[in-house]
Design a protein around this ligand. Sequence first.
Ligand SMILES: C[S@@+](CC[C@H](N)C(=O)[O-])C[C@H]1O[C@@H](n2cnc3c(N)ncnc32)[C@H](O)[C@@H]1O
Length: 190
Amino acid sequence: MPKDNTAKETKLVLRESMLPEHPRVLDLFCGNGVMYRSLYEERSVRYLGIDKSKIFNAELCIKIDNEKWLLNNKIDCFNVFDIDAYSSPGKYYSLILSRIAVINEPLILFSTDGALISFRINTKLPCEYLISEGISPDFQIPGLYNYYEDIHSTYIKKLELNYPVKVDEIKVSYNDTKTTAYWGFRLLPV
Ligand SMILES: C[S@@+](CC[C@H](N)C(=O)[O-])C[C@H]1O[C@@H](n2cnc3c(N)ncnc32)[C@H](O)[C@@H]1O
C-alpha cells in the first residue's frame, strides 16, 4: 500500500477537532499504531488497540478479528471508537452501539471509508445502504458518487432509529484523490 501522508494529516486533524477531554479509545483497526503514536498516546486516558494481523504493543493491543472481539466483550468503558478500515465502516457503527449496555455519555466515532471508490464506478448502492433504506438491489442511481456524502450521513443519522442516541455533529474529509473518506461523528445519549 503506497504511503499517504496527506491521509495521515487529514485523519489527525479530524480526530484532534473532535476528541473529548478524557478520551477512552477503542482503536478497532490499530495496525502499526500511527494514530496511537501521533495522538492517542498523549491524549487518551485509556487505550485498547485491536487488529487481526499486526499490533504495535502487546500490552496495549490484542491481535484478533475485531468483530469476533466485539461480539465477546462489553465496551461501556470507552467513549471514542476508531474504525480506520480499508473498506466500508458502516456495519461497525451498529455493532459498536449494540455492545454498549447503557449509553450515558457522548460517544465519538471516527471512521475511514475506503469503499468510497465503489460509488465512483457503480450506479448501484452497496448492500448495507440498500438494507438500511429498504431499496431494491436493481435500483440504479446515475452519478451515485455525487450523493455519497448525503448517503453516508443519512446512514449515520439512521442510527437514531435503532439506538438511544442523537447525532450531534458529523464531519467528513477526504484524501487528495477523493477515493477515501474520513468521518467523525458525535452521538449524544437520549
Ligand atoms: C488502515 S490500517 C489501520 C492503521 C492504523 N489505524 C494506524 O493508525 O496505524 C487497517 C488495519 O485494519 C486491520 N484489519 C482489517 N480487517 C480487520 C478485522 N476484521 N479485524 C481487525 N483488524 C482488521 C489490518 O490488519 C490493518 O492493520
